[in-house]
Design a protein around this ligand. Structure first.
Ligand code: 6PG
Length: 470
């Protein structure tokens, strides 16, 4: 069956294999490629009972098996491997063919690769794919960016395989160039923020509320039935009931408290700094993974300093406050990420529609949450919305929960429980909603020691004062 397969996929690891089987489930024929013969064999075995799936370790055989314009997705580790695969494929491809990088590539790499392939007449897409292995198999959220015309060839396949929210596909053309990878990067930054917040609230409920794992499981499960409904809250509940196969009790208590990272959260934070957009909840989520890695130092330091014993709390009231605070901080984290997207869109010419992005995050991806339906509506109501906190539909949601966040942040600081995500979300809120901040003093200091000048509140112009003469 040469020249006839609808879709090609390079990289038959767990994600790739699941994605290709998903494509076949949706009625398309798909051909896989991997250097590893074992993976090729495993795919043929798994998908071979239909005549929809085939695979080869030979690049030329793979390319020749595909119908033109060829649509080839790469699900290989981000970095140098992507360049090598592109290089190898491009020898055999024709003008008009399409390569889609489905990994977490850094967005400037995507721009470079697009330019390289454009010179050969080949279309290149950076398409973030979220939802992990299960998502790839049952329906991920897909965030493609690249040529709008070329997207029309990929659209039917992506719409069929993606997750659905009330029947609507969780994929949309997002914009030119690296728009897709950029949006996925910020998705991951938000993911870092939400994960950090979820773990801080766990810490509070455990240390102050004295909740057992069974109670934590129940609490997060109940929250998942309400406005906090989300993938991360749902899996958190399930984590608390997982028994330890290798010993007594629940597994969560045996897991070392050092969180690893592959870099996407850090990139979000770094790029936000470059753009001049504040995303402190995401920044601190990255810092906390770094602090967590300093386990040996933390153990030494713990012995040197006393910390307060958490004061007793009214359990039911504390759980209710925790729910409100988590909801508040989730909103702030999405607000920061969306703000970054709005600014990046202008800076890089992505022409992003934030309502579309929120829409395709409602199902399939790691940050899917009931809140995203409200965020979608807010951006659909006002396409130019600068920040979610400025949306009239969010004022009451935030106003009614911020006091619980204040109470828990005070409790945490008085009782020695670190809440950097929650306190940063609160500080961000307090600063963003202050019409007057004390940064006038910073301007005065800058002008004092460096003649950096300042503006005034009562008249136009740029001013400088010879401070020391006074
Ligand atoms: C997703 C995830 C996925 C991956 C993260 C993990 O959307 O499916 O974000 O891409 O799990 O990259 O990132 P860290 O290893 O940095 O935590």
């Amino acid at each position: 069956m040469a020249d006839t397969y609808d879709f090609g996929l390079v990289g038959l690891g767990v994600m790739g294999r699941n994605f290709i089987l998903n494509v076949a489930d949706n009625g398309f024929t798909a051909f896989g490629n991997d250097l590893d013969e074992e993976k090729v064999g495993a795919l043929i075995k798994e998908g071979g009972n239909t005549d929809k799936v085939n695979a080869s370790s030979d690049v030329k055989t793979f390319v020749n098996a595909l119908a033109t314009p060829r649509k080839i997705m790469l699900l290989v580790p981000a970095g140098k491997v992507v360049d090598i695969v592109i290089e190898n494929l491009s020898i055999y491809l024709d003008k008009g063919d399409i390569i889609i990088d489905g990994g977490n590539s850094f967005f400037t790499d995507t721009d470079r690769r697009e330019a390289f392939l454009k010179a050969k007449g080949i279309n290149f897409f950076g398409a973030g794919v979220s939802g992990g292995a299960k998502g790839a198999r049952r329906g991920p959220s897909i965030m493609p960016g690249g040529s709008k015309e070329a997207y029309q060839h990929v659209k039917p396949i992506f719409e069929a395989v993606s997750a659905k929210y009330k029947g609507e596909p969780c994929v949309a053309y997002l914009g030119p160039k690296s728009a897709g990878n950029y949006v996925k990067m910020v998705h991951n930054g938000i993911e870092y923020g939400l994960m950090q917040l979820t773990s801080e609230i766990y810490d509070l409920l455990k240390k102050a509320g004295g909740l057992s794992n069974a109670e934590l499981c129940k609490t997060y499960a109940q929250w998942n039935q309400g406005r906090l409904q989300s993938f991360l809250v749902e899996i958190t509940s399930e984590i608390f009931e997982q028994k330890d196969d290798l010993g007594d009790g629940e597994l969560v208590d045996k897991i070392l408290d050092k969180a690893k990272q592959k870099g996407t959260g850090k990139w979000t934070s770094q790029n936000a700094m470059d753009l001049g957009i504040p995303v402190p909840t995401i920044d601190v989520a990255v810092s906390m993974r770094e602090i967590s890695a300093l386990k040996d130092e933390r153990i030494k330091a713990d012995k040197l300093y006393d910390r307060p014993t958490p004061k007793a709390v009214d359990k039911a009231d504390f759980i209710s406050k925790a729910e409100q605070a988590l909801y508040f901080a989730f909103i702030i984290t999405y607000a920061q990420g969306m703000h970054q997207l709005a600014d990046a869109s202008k800076e890089y010419g992505y022409e992003l529609e934030l309502g579309e992005i929120a829409k395709i995050w409602r199902a399939g991806c790691i940050i899917r949450a009931a809140l995203l339906a409200d965020i979608t509506e807010a951006y659909q109501a006002d396409k130019e919305l600068q920040n979610l906190l400025l949306s009239p539909s969010f004022v009451e949601k935030v106003q009614s929960t911020v006091d619980a966040a204040r109470e828990l942040v005070s409790y945490g600081s008085a009782n020695g429980i670190p809440l950097p995500g929650l306190s940063n979300a609160l500080t961000y809120f307090d600063a963003y909603t202050s019409s007057r901040l004390p940064l006038n003093l910073i301007q005065a200091q800058r002008d004092y020691f460096g003649s950096h000048t300042y503006e005034r509140v009562d008249r136009e112009g740029i001013f400088h004062t010879e401070w020391e003469d006074n």
